[in-house]
Ligand binder design. Structure first.
Ligand SMILES: [Zn+2]
Length: 169
């Protein structure tokens, strides 16, 4: 009997990120993050936002004021987790910033799955390498080799231009 196949867990959770991100009140960039255990069971999710009870006024959400108060999606996913996140997988749309990267390592998350290399930076790379955190990049929307290499080129250009910059969302 031929088995029916569904989309991969990585594609499933990366596709879900847009919906999680849509809860964010950030007027510029909405980011979602999901944490999944060894059995592909979702145990945490979060989006970028101010801490609980911090007022979501337009003034606070303006650049650059918001950078002082916003908690990134990765951190909120860790805070909201129902179970310990050690040895779990974190899904995010692009490279975590260096601050999140060290906390991800501190929480003992062992695998990161991202859509693109956007926001790639040397500190995050080094933390993930030294802490033995596996990084998988999907490159969204690539259905054949030709579009894949063209997307990879675009991603490479993007990551080159943002390299060394701090998180700006
Ligand atoms: Zn971050």
């Amino acid at each position: 009997m031929k088995q029916r196949v569904s989309k991969s867990w990585d594609d499933y959770y990366l596709d879900l990120l847009d919906n999680v991100a849509s809860r964010s009140k950030d007027p510029d960039t909405q980011v979602g993050a999901i944490i999944v255990d060894k059995n592909n069971k979702q145990i945490g999710m979060g989006y970028n936002g101010f801490p609980p009870k911090f007022p979501d006024t337009e003034e606070y959400w303006k650049r650059p004021t918001k950078y002082r108060f916003v908690v990134h999606a990765e951190m909120n996913a860790i805070f909201n987790s129902l179970e310990p996140v050690n040895d779990c997988t974190l899904y995010v749309p692009f490279y975590p910033c260096a601050d999140c990267a060290k906390n991800i390592a501190g929480a003992r998350i062992s695998r990161i799955v991202i859509d693109t290399e956007y926001y790639q930076n040397e500190t995050t790379d080094l933390i993930f390498k030294e802490c033995n955190i596996e990084v998988t990049v999907r490159h969204k929307g690539q259905t054949n080799k030709k579009s894949r290499s063209s997307d990879e080129q675009q991603d490479k250009e993007k990551s080159t231009t943002v390299r060394e910059t701090k998180c700006t969302f």
